[in-house]
Every structure is written in structure tokens, then in C-alpha cells.
Write a new protein. Structure first.
Length: 64
């Protein structure tokens, strides 16, 4: 849960930076948000979630 919330927050901040920086306009940003929202309700969502969790676990295992 904490990882999911962190990723959502991070992606939200990146989206706001892109909109304010002029890299992406409001219309395409809304389409991107809606795409993510509707993608989350498809059968593909568990696979995406497992993939993101495996990436987070891999990053977590890196020691410096």
C-alpha cells in the first residue's frame, strides 16, 4: 500500500511539473490520467501491479 501511494504521489508530481513547464498541455494530461484510471480497472491491472512491485523490490535490494 505504501509503495502504491508513493508511486501515485510521485507520478502526480511529475505530471504537475510537466503541465507547469509546458512540456505537456492540459488536454493530453487529462487523457493520460483517464487512461491510467481506466487501465487500473482492467484485467491487466494485477500484472502491472506485480511488475511494479518486483521493480520496487529489486531497487530495495540494492545496497550502496
Amino acid at each position: 500500500m505504501a509503495i502504491s501511494l508513493s508511486v501515485v504521489l510521485l507520478l502526480g508530481v511529475v505530471l504537475v511539473v510537466f503541465i507547469r513547464g509546458g512540456s505537456i498541455k492540459g488536454g493530453p494530461a487529462v487523457v493520460a490520467v483517464l487512461f491510467g484510471f481506466f487501465l487500473a480497472s482492467t484485467g491487466m491491472a494485477p500484472s502491472i501491479n506485480r511488475f511494479m512491485n518486483s521493480i520496487a523490490d529489486t531497487i530495495n535490494q540494492i545496497s550502496f
